[in-house]
Structure formats: structure tokens, C-alpha cells
Design a binder for this molecule. Structure first.
Ligand SMILES: Nc1nc(=O)c2c([nH]1)NC[C@@H]1CN(c3ccc(C(=O)N[C@@H](CCC(=O)O)C(=O)O)cc3)C=[N+]21
Ligand SMILES: [Mg+2]
Length: 290
């Protein structure tokens, strides 16, 4: 029997309905959640993602601002823009689209964002809070994956999760969230010897490498939950993941499609973090009135 598909679009629509209710509740206190998306330059892929994020905000009723800077913008200009939004009470979430042009220091730029507005979860405060077990903002992609596992009641305690890829935005925070949910976690990277040996042990396999179709059916344990975080644009324009979907679907127990899997969930969790930030700002305001 082929794998059960984990539909990220469908789950997103359920979660977005819940968000609309939360947004109405903060609206009752005179608040409207606001997100600014800052894009430097005009990379075509980044432009598409940014547009999708703005559209998703409109869809649920989050106020959004698109701040587009030229590719030649200086670090000082970008830091000034971030500072202005740090000080802007109509904005609770600040996202700087990555990757940045090479002349800009992404680390420095991320640290300039006020921690309470870091809806990407990339700031050192967010990372430290995540690792020590009191998350402020969970990075959107791993957070979305956790919601997908939860929606399908996939048991995590004592499960062996194997994460392929160790980036700061996906692999590392993914491993931390799975660990905190009680999984035994293996993190593989590009230097791992005999990758298939590790992936075949996985009850839950997370592919976050950025190589089209690199996880093949012989690397998957029968019945495993396979989560495909990859988004690779092929020369013919087709979008594929890191998992060879057409062979793995006959081995895996659960599988996420690309498109329509983790991608839409990433955006939904960005909306969730923005609403969360607005709820906290609202609560702080109410507390100060007492
Ligand atoms: N500061 C920052 N935060 C990010 O969260 C961030 C970023 N920079 N830089 C780039 C990556 C990538 N990313 C995606 C989000 C949604 C889809 C998505 O919705 N994908 C659709 C398909 C979209 C298409 O057709 O291209 C899907 O998988 O179904 C993809 C990729 C967020 N990122
Ligand atoms: Mg993200």
C-alpha cells in the first residue's frame, strides 16, 4: 500500500482558520498583528516567496508591509530600516528574506532585529531559548514539520529520528524540537559516512539537504515517516524535493509531497509566530494598564 500523504496545504487551511479567530480576539483589544517582510535585491525565487508571504498575511487578516531595498543597499541602510520597524508599534514581526547579497553580514542583520519581533526564530535569543527548552519563536520550517507530525499523531517519544542536513534554519532546530519531544535524534551532514546506514534506521526521516531526489527507496525503512523539506527548481521549471517521491512512496508509511507539503506549512507558521508576537504585545499592554 502506498504511503499516506501528509497534506501541508490542507493542514495549513485548518491552522489558518484557527489563526483568524486569534486575530479577531486581539482585534477586540484594538490590536492588529503586523508583519514586515524585508527583501534586498530582486532574486526571482526570493521575490516569489516574499509575494506568497504577503498574500498569506492578507488571507488571514495580518497587516503586512513589503520593504524592498535595492541589491546595492548598504549594511547601514538595512540596519536603519530594521531599527525603524523595531520602534514601530504597528509591526510585531520582522522578517529579512535570506539569502542576503554577499556584501551584507546576515548574522549582524539578524541580531539587529528586536528579539520580541524575531518571527523567523533566527535571533540568538530565539536560538538560546529553543535549546534551553523555553522557545520564544520556533523557526518556521521545523515548527511546521512538528505540526504535521502532531496532526497525524505520529509517536515521537522513543522514536528514532534522523535529520539529514544541519543548517541553522532547518536541520539544527529540527533536531532540537524532535529531541525535546522525546525522540532519539541523529543529525547527518555532508561528511557523514554511509548515509544510507543511518537513514535506514529512521522511524522518522527528515530530508533537508537541497539535492533533488537524493533520498531513494533503498535508504528508507519500510513504514517510516518521511518528511521532505527540499525545494529544488529543476532546469525545466519543475519543483521537486530531496526525496525521490515516486519510489519512496511505496516504502514509506507517511510522506510529504513537494509542492504542497512543508512549504505551505512554513508560511503558516510564520503567520502563527506573528499572531503569537501580537498576543504577547497585547498582553504586555494590558498588564501595564493594571
Ligand atoms: N528569512 C527567511 N525566512 C524564511 O522562512 C525563508 C527565507 N528567509 N528564505 C527562503 C526560505 C524558503 N522558504 C519557503 C517558504 C515557502 C515555500 C512554499 O510555499 N513552497 C510551495 C511552492 C512554491 C513555489 O511554487 O515555488 C510548496 O512547497 O508547495 C517555499 C520556501 C522560506 N524561506
Ligand atoms: Mg522559515
Amino acid at each position: 500500500m502506498p504511503a499516506t500523504l501528509i497534506d501541508g496545504k490542507l493542514l495549513s487551511s485548518v491552522l489558518r482558520d484557527e489563526l483568524r479567530e486569534r486575530i479577531e480576539r486581539v482585534a477586540d483589544h484594538g490590536y492588529k498583528p503586523g508583519l514586515v517582510v524585508i527583501l534586498v535585491g530582486a532574486d526571482p525565487a526570493s521575490s516569489v516567496y516574499v509575494k506568497n508571504k504577503i498574500k498569506a498575511c492578507e488571507d488571514v487578516g495580518i497587516y503586512s508591509v513589503f520593504e524592498h531595498l535595492p541589491a546595492t543597499a548598504s549594511e547601514e541602510e538595512l540596519l536603519d530600516v530594521i531599527q525603524a520597524y523595531n520602534d514601530d508599534d504597528s509591526i510585531q514581526g520582522i522578517l529579512v528574506q535570506l539569502p542576503l547579497p554577499a556584501h551584507l553580514d546576515a548574522h549582524k542583520v539578524i541580531e539587529a532585529i528586536a528579539a520580541e519581533k524575531d518571527v523567523d526564530g533566527f535571533h540568538l535569543s530565539s536560538v538560546g531559548a529553543l535549546v534551553t527548552g523555553k522557545p520564544l519563536f520556533r523557526p518556521c520550517t521545523p515548527y511546521g514539520v512538528m505540526k504535521m507530525l502532531e496532526a497525524h499523531e505520529i509517536p515521537l517519544r522513543g522514536a528514532h529520528a534522523v535529520v539529514v542536513g544541519a543548517s541553522n534554519i532547518v536541520g539544527k532546530p529540527m533536531a532540537m524540537l524532535l529531541l525535546q519531544a522525546g525522540a532519539t535524534v541523529t543529525i547527518c551532514n555532508s561528511k557523514t559516512k554511509d548515509l544510507a546506514h543511518h537513514t535506514k534506521q529512521a522511524d522518522i526521516l527528515i530530508a533537508a539537504v537541497g539535492k533533488p531526489n537524493m533520498i531513494t527507496s533503498s535508504m528508507v525503512k519500510p513504514g517510516a515517516v518521511v518528511i521532505d523539506v527540499g525545494i529544488n527548481r529543476l532546469p525545466d521549471g519543475k519543483l521537486v524535493g530531496d526525496v525521490d517521491f515516486n519510489s519512496v512512496k511505496y516504502v514509506a508509511g507517511y510522506l510529504t509531497p513537494v509542492p504542497g507539503g512543508v512549504g505551505p506549512m512554513t508560511i503558516t507558521m510564520l503567520l502563527t509566530n506573528t499572531v503569537e508576537a501580537a498576543e504577547r504585545a497585547c498582553a504586555t499592554q494590558l498588564a501595564s494598564l493594571n
